[in-house]
Design a protein around this ligand. Structure first.
Ligand code: MN
Length: 255
């Protein structure tokens, strides 16, 4: 099995080394990751300049790219034939609920799926101390055994509750609350500045990714790239609607 590893924390993150180390038990591993941290980059790609990569000394073949997580996956898949799965992470910080809209970690997995390759994103809560990756090894191996035993789902978002877990649960994305918030301040010169911050969410609905992690379980959410609102589409109908097809200026002026 050919396993391509990417992340959004940058190639020097301890999370990528921990993931590569365990992934080696499942097949050939190659790392292609951003040269600097690109957290919250979402699925942006670099389209207005070329990309470059440089060989990077890690335990496995590794390349650092001056681009985004999605760039890295596109580059990695194009330059290594027969990639079976892309693993993204392990991100230092949970990717739960509406954070998925901004997550560069998940975006790397999504980019894989866009290119026809399975994508699995993996995250662990950020703490003041570095996560205990040695203690995480058994549950990381367990989750990979579970997910890599089958070819489905194509896109999975995995969140560990910490180094220890009570088990793993299939969950849905928690979408009721958004934790993003803009906080204004001033810089040392007295000019206004703004921080985009996240605030803690207290409630989590049972069965969601956030609920599972809060209760000590590994959350595994199957996702899809199709954003269509099926219920709205059914309500709106598929018949042709009459709309104006010419602007006011194109019509002959009324006199
Ligand atoms: Mn990150």
């Amino acid at each position: 099995m050919r396993i391509l590893i990417a992340n959004d924390d940058g190639i020097y993150s301890p999370g990528i080394a921990a993931l590569a180390d365990v992934a080696l038990q499942f097949g050939e591993v190659r790392v292609v990751a951003p040269d600097v941290e690109r957290s919250s980059a979402g699925q942006s790609i670099t389209a207005n300049r070329p990309l470059t990569w440089k060989r990077t000394p890690l335990a496995v073949e590794a390349w650092r790219v001056d681009g985004t997580p999605a760039d890295c996956v596109a580059l990695g898949i194009s330059q290594w034939s027969g990639v079976d799965v892309v693993l993204s992470g392990i991100n230092l910080g949970s990717n739960l609920g509406n954070a998925l809209w901004h997550s560069g970690t998940l975006a790397a997995a999504k980019q894989a799926v866009l290119l026809g390759v399975r994508g699995i994103a993996l995250s662990i809560p950020a703490s003041t101390d570095e996560p205990d990756f040695a203690a995480l090894r058994p549950s990381l191996r367990g989750v990979l055994e579970l997910l890599l035993a089958s070819h489905e789902p194509m896109l999975v978002n995995v969140n560990f509750p910490g180094a220890q877990a009570r088990g793993a649960l299939w969950t849905r994305q928690s979408v009721r609350f958004y934790d993003g918030k803009v906080v204004p301040g001033t810089n040392p010169m007295g000019r206004p500045l703004f921080w985009f911050v996240t605030q803690p969410i207290s409630e989590a609905e049972e069965g969601t990714d956030r609920w599972a992690v809060e209760h000590g379980y590994v959350s595994m959410t199957p996702l899809r790239l199709d954003l269509t609102d099926e219920r709205e589409l059914a309500r709106l109908g598929a018949d042709v609607r009459t709309i104006a097809t010419q602007g006011e200026s194109a019509r002959s002026p009324a006199r």
